[in-house]
Ligand binder design. Structure first.
Ligand code: KIV
Length: 261
């Protein structure tokens, strides 16, 4: 899908129903949003990957709500037609549906974004329902949920044994029934993601999960800015090298007196 009209939750649902794939990409500022728009990206996700991709953190856990709001507002300033989704950071929604509602209201009012994303399946379904019934577009995120890394101890693939597969199918159904408008499937086996994609009515968004209704990648991984990419996230360019070369040439010219001319 890339017809450059305003993307909404309804557009994404229609795309799934027509069998059209959509492209989601993380963005963290107005410049990246603007470039992604020019390239025809459908959805800009201000992920809490912000912490690791941009802010030099070891995990996503230290990312604050103020930081998410600051970066999401910048992305909204840089977008034209894309749907903008803001991740609710760790600790800002898990306590209760009411806490999630208050956080989401702040995010929507202070950034102008279109939807919020939260991690968790069946246990978060009552929260998703609470938000959806109050008019908030919620994207769910199941499978590998990075905010739970301290509980699971690693970023390993989820859904490898039968119990985990059954649990993930139940998670996908629960978030759909609760009113989520889309569900991110992160780092789960492709056949499981394909089964979930066939079963649920809402768009599935894969990252390390094989073919889904949509795909999402992290900005710095896609462009080859990250120092290392996860195995499921190929770099489509080597921008880190381009930047390093340009900065190095300029610094060399400054030192030699070739700049300014
Ligand atoms: O934080 C993030 O960027 C995400 C995507 C990887 C899905 O949640």
């Amino acid at each position: 899908m890339n017809d450059r009209t305003l993307v909404t939750a309804a557009t994404l649902l229609r795309a799934k129903q027509r069998g059209e794939k959509t492209a989601w990409l993380t963005a963290y500022d107005a410049v990246s949003a603007n470039i992604a728009e020019a390239a025809g990206i459908d959805v800009l996700l201000v992920g809490d990957s912000l912490g690791m991709a941009i802010l030099g953190m070891d995990t996503t856990l230290p990312v604050t709500l103020d930081q998410m709001i600051h970066h999401t507002a910048a992305v909204v300033r840089g977008r034209q037609n894309a749907w903008v989704v803001c991740d609710l950071p760790f600790g800002s929604y898990q306590k209760s549906p009411e806490q999630a509602f208050e956080t989401s209201v702040r995010v929507l009012q202070q950034t102008g974004c279109d939807a919020v994303k939260l991690e968790g399946g069946e246990p978060m379904a009552p929260t998703i329902r609470f938000l959806a019934e109050r008019g908030i577009a919620v994207v769910a995120h199941i499978g590998l949920t990075p905010q739970s890394v301290k509980r699971f101890g690693s970023y390993r693939k989820r859904g490898k044994d039968e119990a985990e597969r059954t649990g993930l199918i139940a998670d996908a159904r629960a978030v759909t029934d609760a009113g989520a408008v889309a569900v991110v499937l992160e780092n789960i086996p492709a056949d499981l993601a394909a089964g979930i994609t066939r079963t649920v009515a809402i768009p599935t968004v894969g990252i390390g999960a094989g073919a889904c209704d949509a795909q999402v990648l992290v900005w710095t991984d896609l462009l080859g800015i990250s120092e290392a990419n996860p195995p499921f996230a190929p770099a489509y360019a080597h921008v880190r090298q381009v930047m390093t070369d340009a900065i190095g040439r300029w610094a060399g010219d400054v030192r030699s007196g070739a700049f300014p001319k």
